[in-house]
Design a protein around this ligand. Structure first.
Ligand code: CUA
Length: 151
C-alpha cells in the first residue's frame, strides 16, 4: 500500500519536473546552441543554422550569433547585440581559411572550410566592435570586416 503512495508521489514529481522543463524550454523559444562541428563548404547556405546568419535569442540574455565567412566578407553585415548578452559565436567558411577577430576582445577564431568553430563571449561594455579577418585570404583580405553594435 505504502509503496503505491510513494510510486504516485514519484510519478507526480516527475510529471511536475518535466512540465517545468517543458514550459521553460518553450518560454525560451529556440533550440540550444548548435553543436555542429563539420560542414561541407558547398552546403553552408542550405544547412542550419548557417542558412540564416545572424543573432538568435536562445535564452535569457543569451544568444547564438551565426556567422558565415566568404572572401571577402562576413555575413551578416551589421550585428546588434544587447549589452551584457552572453553570445555563442558559431562560424564557418564557404571557401578558404579566414580568421575572425573581434577587436578589443579576446575573441580570435580560426575559420576553416569544412569545419565549424565556436566560442562564447559576453559583451559587458556598450560600443562599436570591429570584426576583422586576421588570416590572409586573398586580394580583398584587408577589406574583410564587419561591425557589432553593443547597446
Ligand atoms: Cu578573410 Cu583574410
Amino acid at each position: 500500500r505504502l509503496e503505491k503512495v510513494w510510486l504516485l508521489i514519484g510519478i507526480g514529481t516527475l510529471v511536475m519536473f518535466l512540465t517545468i522543463v517543458g514550459i521553460s524550454a518553450f518560454a525560451q523559444g529556440h533550440h540550444p546552441p548548435s553543436d555542429l562541428t563539420t560542414l561541407d563548404p558547398q552546403k553552408v547556405d542550405t544547412t542550419e543554422p548557417f542558412n540564416q546568419p545572424g543573432l538568435k535569442k536562445i535564452g535569457d540574455n543569451e544568444y547564438e550569433l551565426v556567422i558565415v565567412s566568404q572572401a571577402f566578407a562576413f555575413m551578416p553585415n551589421d550585428i546588434k547585440i544587447p549589452e551584457g548578452a552572453k553570445v555563442h559565436i558559431i562560424v564557418t567558411s564557404k571557401d578558404v581559411v579566414h580568421g575572425l577577430e573581434i577587436v578589443g576582445t579576446n575573441v580570435n577564431m580560426m575559420v576553416t572550410p569544412g569545419h565549424v568553430n565556436s566560442l562564447t563571449h559576453t559583451f559587458h561594455k556598450p560600443g562599436s566592435y570591429l570584426i576583422i579577418c586576421n588570416e590572409y585570404c586573398g586580394t580583398g583580405h584587408q577589406m574583410m570586416s564587419t561591425k557589432i553594435e553593443v547597446t
